[in-house]
Design a protein around this ligand. Structure first.
Ligand SMILES: Nc1ncnc2c1ncn2[C@@H]1O[C@H](COP(=O)(O)OP(=O)(O)OP(=O)(O)O)[C@@H](O)[C@H]1O
Ligand SMILES: [Mg+2]
Length: 260
């Protein structure tokens, strides 16, 4: 990463629009993500989270607006953007037949990095997979597979990583393991943009939380700022602080509650 690219936010999104036929999915999305921070994009099913991530990772083109990732314009500097990012989708890119270590070595080789074996061993250690490293990925639990998938996405040290629903389908323990891995990443200076349906996940992980609703970012702030959007905590017998869930449903509407 050159120093010129280290200026400004890691991700800058302005006026992004995207329609599929008559369906206006993004209608002018704006947000910035500071370097080394964790930014959570929340939204109901179909809100456009994956669409936004696909645009930011150059897999899809916006109809209008600007998006800059690591200082590079996604529309005109796609190659530079791709070299700056990694994308982990909901379905793991892990090869089941290979061992965890072989998966990592393979990616390091594909990226023409020196010392693929050492890179693999370091990542196995970092994600607490050293003991499982020699086992086929098909024998891994969901949480282990997810951690391996995230480890694979870190090969080459991309400054920006996109995690699209990193913990969907994981049990609480596995989810906590992934959270720890993500926190560690940001601690080391990587910028993380994640999408999630789990409000608890955003509460735990994110420095800033944005809610995408009907094609726009309707709120964007820290957890504390979001909680202040609701009337002050009611004092009854005990003081009840609003949860992010209360804020989300107050803003988005209660009819969303109950959908998964
Ligand atoms: N390639 C496409 N062609 C047509 N419609 C699409 C396409 N991609 C997405 N859509 C539609 O755009 C809307 C937003 O989809 P998107 O996948 O971005 O939502 P999401 O917020 O990621 O939802 P989820 O929480 O279910 O993952 C949906 O209505 C979806 O059907
Ligand atoms: Mg999605």
């Amino acid at each position: 990463m050159s120093t010129t690219q280290a200026q400004g936010p890691a991700i800058h999104v302005q006026g992004l629009t995207k329609s599929f036929g008559k369906l206006e999915v993004l209608r002018g999305v704006d947000f910035d993500v500071a370097r080394g921070s964790i930014f959570a994009l929340l939204g109901s099913n179909g809100a456009g989270k994956t669409t936004a991530i696909r645009i930011l990772s150059t897999l899809a083109k916006a109809d209008a607006g600007a998006a800059v990732v690591n200082g590079f314009d996604v529309a005109t500097q796609a190659t530079d953007v791709r070299e700056s990012i990694s994308l982990t989708g909901q379905f793991a890119a892990v090869d089941e037949i290979l061992t965890g270590r072989e998966n990592l070595v393979l990616v390091a080789r594909l990226r023409h990095l020196r010392n693929p074996g050492k890179i693999a061993d370091d990542l196995l250690k970092r994600f607490s997979l050293t003991d499982a490293g020699a086992r086929r990925a098909s024998t891994y639990s969901g949480g282990m597979r997810r951690r391996l998938d995230i480890a694979m996405s870190l090969i080459g040290n991309p400054p920006v990583i996109f995690l699209d629903e990193p913990t969907t389908g994981l049990d609480p323990q596995a989810r906590i393991e992934v959270w720890q891995a993500v926190k560690e990443l940001a601690g080391q200076g990587t910028t993380v943009l994640l999408t999630t349906q789990y409000l608890e996940e955003a509460e735990h992980l994110a420095d800033r939380i944005a809610i995408l609703h009907e094609g726009r970012i309707i709120v964007n702030g820290t957890l504390t700022e979001l909680k202040q959007l609701l009337p002050p905590a009611k004092v009854e017998y005990v003081e009840k602080q609003p949860t992010l869930e209360d804020v989300f449903f107050a803003l988005v509407g209660n009819d969303e509650r109950g959908q998964s």
